[in-house]
Write a protein that binds this ligand. Structure first.
Ligand SMILES: [Zn+2]
Length: 234
């Protein structure tokens, strides 16, 4: 069986989405990529989480062609694959319909960065994709969803803002590995929930200032990060 370790990691990251309350019904999927092999490991479609085992996961190439697996992959696979091709630094993608982030996606509003909870994980507002045309929806819908996400990041570094709202649909998040993608999906939901409360308390609330935003983001990310315990490089 190919990529056993990555299968286990992707399975665990999928279960984390459920444990964190981000998955409504079966609306959730996490994948991971093995860059050296050029292969994606993704959740199968329609297998109950409690029954899911590493061998149920599906291995495909970066075009979404099945390389190993007897079950059908998650129908969102072409979106995941598009993101892996466009964003070479990412190692995992997570998609949910978590409620607050989905509410912002349905309201078609980017999530402003109101405070440090958001700024710790996302360096700027969470962008919103453009609505898709009828042709895009009737055509290769999932691949076109990926294209809509990629065009929302023309001027944004996907590693600085590792999440997006797909208009009238819901969030996608990503990270350097599947666990990080799942964690970012969780933090996105927290930021979406707190932002919702913020605008209810004060509809005129302003975004966090740049200095405080950068201080929080950069103490966790990048060359001069100092938050948490020292990490061993390697
Ligand atoms: Zn979805």
């Amino acid at each position: 069986m190919l990529l056993l370790k990555l299968r286990e990691v992707v399975l665990e990251a999928n279960l984390e989405l459920v444990q964190r309350g981000l998955v409504l019904s079966t609306f959730g999927n996490t994948s991971g990529v093995a860059r050296d092999e050029g292969l994606i490991v993704i959740k199968p479609s329609g297998v109950p989480y409690e029954e899911m085992k590493p061998e149920h996961l599906v291995v495909t190439d970066l075009r979404g062609k099945i390389v190993e697996g007897t079950l059908r992959p998650s129908s969102d696979l072409p979106t995941h694959a598009a993101l892996y091709r466009a964003f070479p630094a990412i190692g995992g993608v997570a998609h949910t319909h978590s409620e607050y982030a989905t509410a912002w996606a349905q309201a078609r509003k980017p999530i402003p960065c109101f405070g440090t909870t958001h700024a710790d994980y996302f360096r700027g507002p969470i962008p919103l994709t453009n609505a898709m045309s009828d042709e895009e929806i009737n055509g290769e819908y999932e691949a076109n969803t990926g294209a809509a996400i990629i065009s929302a990041f023309e001027k944004i570094d996907p590693m600085a803002v590792p999440a997006v709202l797909v208009a009238n649909h819901g969030p996608f998040a990503w990270g350097t590995d599947p666990a990080k993608a799942s964690e970012n999906a969780w933090m996105l939901e927290a930021a979406a929930r707190i932002a919702y409360f913020t605008v209810n308390i004060n509809p005129h609330a302003g975004s966090i200032g740049k200095t405080l935003h950068d201080r929080h983001f950069l103490r966790k990310h990048g060359e001069r990060a100092y938050y948490g315990q020292a990490r061993t490089k390697g």
